[in-house]
Write a protein that binds this ligand. Structure first.
Ligand SMILES: C[S@@+](CC[C@H](N)C(=O)[O-])C[C@H]1O[C@@H](n2cnc3c(N)ncnc32)[C@H](O)[C@@H]1O
Length: 371
């Protein structure tokens, strides 16, 4: 099969990253965007590799009952690449994400687990939640969003997932010569876990306003902390989990480890009123290698690539009672769950949240315990 000419395909299960899996007449896997499991579609090939192809569904011959008219006029084949599931009803988006997490756990970690992806409070229709975003600027000085897997920019007049506090429309109306991108942030402060937070430019903060409290609740619930526990918050950002854990361990201690210097400084300032918190500006792997002190509980919230087997081994060496692993990438989580399993640990619980509606992203909080 070549990239030329339209091809009709029967679409199978959901895959990773906003695609569904189909098979080309020559047997190769085709990762199809803009479709849903069970549909028959006409596709245009967008990329050809030796072992698989990528395609966009450009005509729906037999539609899924879960297909809807995309609320965003800029979504669709060849258009804005920011969202993956605009054409899918919200409940089905969550079911698809649950299947992606279940499949990653089964295939990569050998764990069978039924997953439910929950909406977060304040999210009614999956729109207007993104409190931070980067707009790309084209050679003509107009801002827009990148097309899928492309440097090309889709001109847009609004973004329906952008929070109302972001001045997206006014930025899009202006011209930005000599700029490559424009970063928008609703505020440099936030309230969560009963505290106020300062977020420096470039410092991490969850983009969905409903996310921080839900994730904090899941972590606290999973760790079952005791008042004298010694806890570690790895990849701590501006200190969200350390700040929530500290009052639960008044006779214990929390060490928060974060490598981004401005974020670590903001964490120290944000948590300055909590005498049992220490913030360390360091890389997690390096900090873990420095000591083997017994630790009662660990929360880790790594970037998309996950923690990795060496960090997992060093966490296990501290013999915690429980680990809460906050994960934005199911495949990396599954690999690390397998790494914990190799040390005799089990996946004792998993909750999943739809903090990125309309996109293929999903957030999990996994609870791991030694057997
Ligand atoms: C997903 S964010 C989590 C932040 C925080 N837990 C929160 O919920 O707001 C991951 C954080 O890890 C930090 N980071 C990335 N790699 C790191 C490393 N090797 N060591 C320490 N921190 C790291 C990033 O700067 C970022 O703040």
């Amino acid at each position: 099969m070549t990239l030329d000419g339209p091809v009709e395909l029967d679409v199978g299960a959901v895959g990773h990253g906003g695609v569904c899996v189909a098979h080309a007449p020559d047997g190769r896997v085709v990762l199809v965007r803009h479709t849903l499991p069970g549909e028959r579609v006409r596709v245009a090939m967008t990329e050809e590799r030796k072992s698989f192809l990528r395609a966009d569904a450009v005509e729906i011959l037999d539609a899924s009952p879960h297909r809807v008219e995309p609320p965003c006029p800029f979504a669709g084949p060849g258009r804005c690449g920011g969202c993956d599931w605009q054409h899918v009803e919200l409940a089905e988006q969550r079911r698809l994400k649950a299947e992606v997490v279940e499949t990653a756990l089964r295939r990569i970690a050998g764990v069978e687990r039924s997953v439910t992806v929950l909406a977060v409070p304040g999210d009614g229709d999956g729109l207007r939640w993104r409190t931070r975003m980067r707009l790309a600027v084209g050679p003509d000085g107009r801002a827009g969003l990148h097309r899928h897997r492309s440097d090309d920019i889709e001109p847009i007049s609004d973004c329906l997932i952008a929070h109302p506090a972001l001045p997206v429309r006014s930025v899009l109306e202006q011209r930005w010569p000599d700029m490559e991108a424009i970063d928008l942030q609703a505020s440099d402060t936030a309230s969560a876990a009963g505290r106020s937070w300062r977020i420096p430019e470039g410092g991490f903060w969850q983009v969905h306003p409903g996310a921080p409290d839900v994730l904090v609740d899941a972590v606290l619930h999973g760790l079952e902390l005791q008042p004298a526990d010694v806890c570690v918050d790895l990849y701590a950002g501006v200190g969200l989990f350390a700040g929530a854990i500290a009052p639960a361990v008044p006779y214990g201690a929390v060490i928060a480890v974060e490598s981004h210097p401005e974020a670590a400084a903001a964490a120290a300032a944000n948590l300055a009123d909590l005498p049992n918190v220490t913030v360390v500006a360091d890389r997690v792997a390096r900090w873990l290698r420095r000591g083997r002190e017994d630790t009662d509980a660990v929360v880790l919230d790594p970037p998309r690539k996950g923690a990795g087997v060496a960090v997992v081994a060093d966490i296990v060496a501290r013999r915690p009672r429980a680990v809460a692993y906050v994960a934005c990438e199911p495949a990396a989580l599954a690999r690390d769950v397998a790494a914990f399993a190799a040390h005799g640990w089990e996946l004792a619980g998993l909750s999943a949240y739809d903090i990125f509606p309309m996109t293929a992203h999903v957030e999990c909080v996994a609870l791991l315990r030694p057997l």
